[in-house]
Design a protein. Structure first.
Length: 201
């Protein structure tokens, strides 16, 4: 794999999110976390990759290696239509791996669907979420997952493997420890020891 772009500061993550929101998908590009990140002092952070009615689909399609560094005090609190997480919306051939969110992280979306601590929504094909650990608090109106909010049913090749969720997840409807719903994909060797609650199902 090509030499990675190193993410060293919280500002680097903010810049990445802003660039993806400006339609840079980073397909075929490789990012690697080079230090622990502490978002304390940031009131609320935007997800990397978005999918809203107002702006359309802006997916992250690259590779992001958390390198087993810890992300702390991340807060994403929004009332957008959905697709919310550290990564909000990811597309073709995206790989997210070795990402750790500690118990100080909070991901919430009061009105939208597809909220997960690592990623809100998987789209496209050959998407892999590998060896991620989250102790975050995750909440939303619908389709909340401890690791992944949800995925589209039309595409193939989703793999979620070796992930652990030890936080809490709450939704009005559809909630899961790893993912709320999955079609045309697999969940392998994942562990959940968490508080999971839904008011409807």
């Amino acid at each position: 794999m090509a030499y990675p772009y190193l993410i060293k500061t919280t500002n680097d993550m903010v810049v990445l999110a802003n660039n993806v929101s400006a339609s840079q998908t980073y397909s075929g590009k490789y990012f690697k976390l080079d230090a622990d990140l502490d978002f304390s002092g940031e009131s609320s952070t935007s997800p990397v990759g978005i999918n809203t009615r107002g702006t359309g689909s802006k997916p992250f399609c690259g590779v992001f290696d958390g390198n087993n560094h810890t992300i702390k005090n991340l807060t994403i609190d929004t009332n957008v239509m959905g697709c919310v997480g550290l990564f909000g919306f990811v597309g073709n051939s995206c790989i997210l791996k070795n990402i750790i969110l500690d118990e100080s992280c909070k991901i919430s979306c009061t009105t939208g669907s597809y909220i997960g601590s690592i990623v809100g929504y998987l789209s496209g094909g050959n998407v892999e979420i590998n060896n991620c650990v989250s102790a975050a608090t995750v909440s939303g109106a619908r389709n909340v997952g401890g690791i992944v909010g949800g995925c589209t049913a039309e595409d193939n090749g989703y793999i979620i493997k070796g992930c652990t969720f030890i936080g809490s997840a709450k939704s009005n409807s559809y909630v899961g420890g790893i993912i709320s719903q999955i079609a045309n994909g697999t969940v392998e060797n994942c562990k959940v020891s968490a508080n999971i609650a839904s008011t409807n199902r």
